[in-house]
Design a protein around this ligand. Structure first.
Ligand code: 13P
Ligand code: SF4
Length: 310
């Protein structure tokens, strides 16, 4: 898209927001020009918290399917639009119902099913509480149950297990294909090339990658660390979408190195033109499953907000 057309599209989006009483929320991974038209940009936890506080009637969520679904679960009376409904997180579907049934049959009341928000509404409905990458450790620590079935992300689950050794954490075999594919060898090579750089990694990465990190955190935590830390070079081991906010928060004085090919192809599907089109014709409304599933899934999300003291 040419610069002129991008500016024209952005101006039309601003006009449509007013006409439709709409607000645009974007995840840090979506393309920079989409982040630029958003009223709020954040990590999954920030976006979930915002969902319950906003006065506008229409919420446009520039992110993947589970984010739109969570927003609608927490806000059933509002219209939640997804600019690109086909943008989905593959990990969201990596949970088998039988795994949950088996854990409940084995451990009874002493197991909690903890569901990363990168999951379907159905998986959330079978869970006791949701978590995001920024609150998984404190939420798990606060649960009364000793046994924790952590779904769907095995890498985040393993990281939580290391941080909360007093709990017995049962892992599920899901993962983010893009974070999981990042090779520790490549991170080690970047470290060798830039010895003064701090390594910032998302907990969806493998244990071998996390062992090389100075900071492990959600997208927002990675950005905050880079903005606040005195170092002026950082190796960023997550999806490249965060570069836009890193530039906004850190200015030109700091340098960032990314592993190759690290963008989320699902988040990349969300374009400025799709944001305009969904507001223009009010398309991409999030639809939820049956009421019983939604009630249970919303309860798991609400419990997360309560436990993590929103
Ligand atoms: P954050 O919760 O850190 O924003 O991460 C969401 C995500 O999809 C990471 O791949
Ligand atoms: Fe899902 Fe991975 Fe994309 Fe995050 S980066 S939305 S976990 S596919």
């Amino acid at each position: 898209m040419s610069q002129d057309l991008a500016a024209e599209t952005a101006a039309r989006i601003e006009q449509l927001k007013k006409e439709r009483d709409a607000v645009v929320l974007a995840h840090y991974y979506v393309p920079a020009e989409v982040q630029a038209v958003a009223d709020y940009v954040g990590d999954s936890f920030a976006l979930a918290k915002l969902a319950v506080d906003l006065p506008q009637k229409v919420l446009v969520i520039a992110g993947v399917e589970f984010m739109g679904e969570s927003m609608k679960l927490l806000n059933p009376a509002k219209t939640v639009l997804m600019p690109e409904p086909a943008a989905g997180c593959p990990m969201a579907h990596m949970v088998r119902e039988q795994t949950i049934a088996d854990a409940r049959a084995t451990y009874g009341d002493d197991v909690a099913v903890v569901c990363y928000v990168n999951s379907t509404a159905h998986a959330k409905s079978l869970s006791d509480v949701c978590v995001t990458s920024s609150n998984a450790v404190p939420v798990v620590r606060a649960l009364p149950q000793h046994h924790i079935l952590f779904i769907p992300d095995q890498n985040l689950g393993r990281y939580v297990a290391e941080q909360v050794p007093q709990k017995h954490i049962i892992l599920n075999d899901g993962c983010c294909p893009f974070h999981n594919a990042i090779a520790a060898g490549e991170v080690a090579s970047l470290k060798e090339a830039h010895p003064a750089a701090k390594v910032l990694a998302h907990p969806e990465c493998t244990r071998e990658v996390l062992e090389l990190a100075d900071c492990i955190g959600s997208t927002a935590e990675i950005i905050a660390y880079a903005a606040e830390n005195a170092a002026d070079e950082f190796i960023v081991v997550t999806m490249e979408g965060v570069a836009a906010e890193l530039a906004r928060r850190c200015g030109a004085g700091k340098r960032f190195w990314f592993v190759h090919d690290s963008s989320c192809p699902e988040m990349d599907k969300i374009t400025l033109e799709r944001v305009r089109a969904c507001l223009e014709d009010m398309s991409g409304a999030v639809e939820l499953p049956d009421e019983a599933t939604c009630t249970r899934a919303a309860a798991a999300l609400t419990r997360m907000l309560e436990v993590s003291g929103r």
